[in-house]
Design a protein around this ligand. Structure first.
Ligand code: SF4
Length: 396
């Protein structure tokens, strides 16, 4: 379970002012000294991440962020980073020093949680410093807040119980394939093993879909493109063929209507975001003009799998398909431009390393800037004239 990728973990951000007790709290929750703790304000500079099994809930990722009130020059950069984390997490622990309640700061933060639709627990830290009267007064102001002191294990256990309860309400249940096909159906996965395939292993999108087939009782067969035709002869009534997008054209010819067809990338476009929007986005290709700029965004920083699909193959295919001299910008990893309005189209990879929330923010930001967004697999299907057959399985 320690191998669960961070994108598949429930992500919990710890936010609050500098020295409000965020880092001590994280250390107590995970039972290890992960974050540097001191009484000096601003000890947490960059976010500190800790992946763990939060039993019985499952794999989670805690993100301890820098204080949101740091006004120094360097502090402003840290606050920007922390706010960037805030947009992406699935849940927030909002830590407030119960001895130093700042109502204006509290209201500002609550607005941000609401703006980005982040559920949160208000943690009133350092409660050992409060008198009973002070505690009663604070309780009346924040009836849903929870008092915690790192000096009392029981208060940490109470907080963990509350977290379990709230996390379970929020858990993301989007499926890649388990909701598309019934139990006992048959899937063939096509994994070309050529010079570009990583040596001795499958890539993350393939592993995740294979695992979900096993979880859902979908019978899965993995073949190279060179064995696909004979596999289709051997196995009767195959429900779906899933291919690496780069082999779409060849695989479609081999399948030749014997089964439905899609790609790993398109399955991820559906799970991570909004397939409808992405399908609409791909139609922009036929409307592009000379000089239009396309943003290609890939979540891997050093791509070990499909090395040049985004940088080389897709630009080439688009130029050939449109006959237009379009320009391309490339962004990798967490780098996604704040200003999108100069682009005519955003083309995103399958985003297997992003959590759904993060991908949804990218989609929302594109649409808010009136820039259509689509995905690698859909682009390759469209330029090869097989888009309709590649999305048939989804009944859009
Ligand atoms: S480029 Fe995108 S889809 Fe491919 S492995 Fe990286 S994150 Fe996953």
């Amino acid at each position: 379970m320690n191998k669960t990728p961070n994108s598949n973990r429930f992500q919990i951000g710890i936010f609050g002012k500098t020295n409000s007790g965020k880092s001590s709290l994280l250390n107590k929750i995970v039972g290890q000294d992960i974050s540097i703790v001191s009484n000096v304000s601003g000890t947490t500079t960059d976010s500190v991440k800790k992946a763990m099994e939060f039993l019985p809930f499952g794999p989670v990722l805690f993100i301890d962020t820098a204080g949101l009130d740091d006004k120094s020059e360097l502090g402003k950069i840290r606050v920007k980073k922390a706010l960037n984390e805030l947009k992406k997490v699935d849940f927030a622990l909002f830590v407030m020093d119960s001895k130093n309640i700042d109502m204006a700061f509290y209201r500002d933060q609550i607005i941000k949680f609401k703006q980005y639709n982040i559920p949160y627990i208000l943690v009133l830290s350092k409660s050992e410093l409060l008198s009973n009267d002070e505690k009663n007064t604070i309780e009346k102001i924040f009836p849903t807040g929870i008092f915690v002191t790192v000096e009392d294990e029981k208060s940490i256990l109470n907080l963990k119980d509350r977290m379990l309860l709230e996390f379970s309400k929020e858990k993301e249940e989007s499926k890649l394939i388990g909701d598309l096909l019934p139990y006992n159906s048959k899937v063939i996965m096509v994994v070309p093993v050529d010079s570009e395939a990583p040596k001795g292993r499958l890539i993350l999108p393939q592993v995740q879909i294979l695992r979900e087939c096993l979880d859902s009782g979908i019978k899965s067969y993995v073949v190279r493109d060179t064995e696909l035709s004979s596999a289709l002869d051997d196995i009767t009534n195959v429900d779906l063929v899933i291919t690496d997008s780069q082999a779409f054209k060849e695989v479609e010819k081999i399948v030749d209507g014997r089964a439905k067809l899609t790609s790993f990338s398109i399955l991820f476009a559906r799970q991570k975001g909004d397939l409808d929007t992405m399908v609409k986005g791909v139609k922009t290709l036929s409307k592009l003009n000379h000089g239009d700029k396309i943003l290609i965004a890939e979540t891997c920083t050093h791509n070990t799998s499909h090395e040049d699909i985004g940088r080389v193959k897709i630009p080439k295919l688009i130029k050939k398909y449109t006959g237009k001299e379009v320009e391309f910008d490339f962004k990798f990893g967490n780098d996604f431009p704040e200003d999108l309005k100069n682009y005519a189209l955003v083309i995103h990879c399958g985003a297997c390393m992003l959590n759904k929330k993060n991908m949804q923010i990218r989609i929302d930001e594109s649409l808010e800037s009136n820039v259509p967004i689509t995905n690698y697999g859909l682009v390759i299907a469209e330029v090869n004239g097989i888009l309709n057959s590649a999305i048939k399985i989804f009944n859009l």
